[in-house]
Design a protein around this ligand. Structure first.
Ligand code: TYC
Length: 105
């Protein structure tokens, strides 16, 4: 929530905004070429998932086209997505991710 500051005509952040930053989903997108093992490694290493969770998320993305790797503040979400793309390109994989607001936030 924001409110107008009548003295200066500027917007002031309420304390609740500082306590609860907007969150962003990092979405993994399916493709036909990135190896399943690479995607599982990504989910474990960059998104701190255990083996079972990583397998489940990878399979869901493979079957449904996309899925949530994790939810973070904007800068962390964008940094993780960029790190994963860099790693994937180094290995020659076309893996793609997007970052989108979580819920209505
Ligand atoms: N579809 C890929 C395959 O069959 C696996 C895959 C899963 C790729 C998830 C990307 O985000 C992805 N090797």
């Amino acid at each position: 929530m924001t409110r107008q500051n009548p003295q200066r005509g500027t917007q002031t952040l309420e304390r609740t905004d500082l306590a609860r930053p907007r969150m962003f989903r990092v979405l993994l997108l399916n493709d036909d070429y990135t190896p399943m093992d690479f995607v599982v490694m990504v989910l474990r290493r960059y998104f701190r998932q255990d083996e079972a969770q990583a397998q489940a998320v990878m399979l869901a993305v493979h079957q449904r086209g996309q899925g949530v790797a994790g939810v973070y503040t904007r800068e962390i979400a964008e940094t993780k997505a960029a790190q994963v793309v860099t790693h994937a390109r180094q290995e020659g994989h076309p893996l793609a991710l997007t970052v989108e607001p979580d819920g209505d936030a």
